[in-house]
Design a protein around this ligand. Structure first.
Ligand code: NAD
Length: 265
């Protein structure tokens, strides 16, 4: 009985410690209506942050993310908007500041993939991938960083991909956009470190989300066999890493691309 009480106390303390990691912080997360973005939103809410959920079209998904946050007694709001458009990014940031009064953390998570031979890619496909995955993150960061620099604090986390480091056949557009995001992270981190703003990047491997729902059972199995840890990652594993990068636990880390890929590349 005594042992049980002590374990309970320890667990309670641990929970409280995690809850405080991002308390009083306001985070804007793009593409948070599902998948990795939703998982980051949930982990941030568990850590005590107020969360602004951005997405482009899935109203129901965004509502579900907000419901999950409410169930955790967290605080959140939804801001719909296509981050691939410069003016929309400005409006998203204005709305975020109107709702919360400040922004401490930006997570550039929204992204799209395009599988196919580069020589078959259309102008529209090239523009869509680069606009969403690279330019969208730049547009939004530009508007957010103006606010962060004036406050002399802030934290930006970009979600790229392991393919942005090593390149993938039949994912040339995607790999290029994510490689750009990696270098955007490194260069911007150096430029705005004097304003006490950290910029880091998570490069996930294969994560179990709708983005990979096109894979058949056989394809999934053979892909898993290529991953040293023998499985796809879970979105919550990226969410927890994002909490670490957003919190004071990583206070001396900036300009880094951190791979979470089960040892794949
Ligand atoms: P997903 O397709 O499940 O979700 C993508 C999210 O981005 C959705 O909420 C969607 O509404 C949003 N979005 C797309 N275009 C947008 C736009 N123009 N404006 C605003 N929101 C937009 O994808 P996911 O698997 O959760 O991936 C999230 C991020 O992680 C992406 O950047 C992706 O490239 C990256 N990533 C995913 C994997 C993986 O295996 N799933 C691996 C490496 C990197």
């Amino acid at each position: 009985m005594v042992k049980f009480s002590r374990e309970l106390d320890n667990n309670y303390l641990l929970l409280n410690k995690n809850m405080n990691k991002l308390s009083n912080k306001v985070a804007l997360i793009t593409g948070a209506s599902r998948g990795i973005g939703r998982a980051i939103a949930i982990e941030f809410a568990k850590a005590g942050a107020s969360v602004l959920i951005n997405y482009s079209s899935d109203d129901k998904g965004a509502e579900e993310t907000l419901e999950e946050i409410k169930k955790l007694n967290g605080y959140g709001a939804i801001i719909k908007g296509d981050i691939a458009k410069y003016d929309t990014c400005q409006k998203i940031v204005e709305e975020a500041l109107r709702l919360m009064g400040k922004l401490d953390i930006l997570v550039n998570n929204a992204g799209i993939s395009k599988i196919g031979l580069f020589m078959d890619a259309t102008e529209e496909e090239i523009n869509n991938v680069i606009n969403t995955n690279l330019l969208g993150a730049m547009y939004l960061t530009k508007h957010v960083v103006n606010h962060m620099v004036s406050r002399k604090c802030g934290n930006v986390i970009n979600i790229s991909s392991m393919w942005g480091e090593v390149g993938a056949s039949c994912e040339v557009l995607y790999s290029s956009s994510k490689g750009g995001l990696n270098l955007f992270t490194k260069a911007l981190a150096k430029e705005i470190a004097p304003s006490n703003i950290r910029v880091n990047c998570i490069a996930p491997g294969v994560i179990n989300t709708k983005m990979n729902s096109f894979l058949g059972e056989e394809e999934k199995k053979s892909l898993e066999e290529e991953i040293p840890l023998g499985r796809f990652g879970d979105s919550s594993e990226i969410g927890k890493l994002a909490v670490f990068l957003a919190s004071e636990d990583s206070s001396y880390i900036t300009g880094q691309v951190i791979r979470a890929d089960g040892g794949f590349v």
